[in-house]
Design a protein around this ligand. Structure first.
Ligand SMILES: [Zn+2]
Length: 93
């Protein structure tokens, strides 16, 4: 059995992985605007130098924008709501 090269793995995590995990761990809080200014700056600083995380953040932010605009469009129109109510026999107009 070859010994596992733990040293270089630890170095790789120290150089990149830990910051990424921290940034990604706060992805949703970041997008929800629930982080302190200080934490946001830390994450923004990380995104400036890490295209992997930047891509993930961008994707999530875009996904949220699509979902929220889609949800607004999907609100039941008044006349459809009325027709459903009529069909159910619960019209109160
Ligand atoms: Zn990263």
């Amino acid at each position: 059995m070859e010994p596992v090269d733990e040293q270089s793995e630890a170095e790789a995590i120290a150089a990149h992985g830990r910051d990424c995990r921290e940034a990604l761990g706060e992805l949703y809080e970041f997008l929800d605007g629930e982080l302190t200014v200080e934490r946001k700056e830390t994450i923004r600083g990380h995104l400036d130098g890490c295209y992997d995380c930047l891509g993930t953040f961008d994707f999530e932010a875009e996904l949220r924008a699509v979902i929220s605009s889609h949800c607004r469009k999907d609100q039941v129109p008044d006349d459809l709501r009325r027709r459903i109510a009529e069909a159910l026999g619960v019209t109160d107009a």
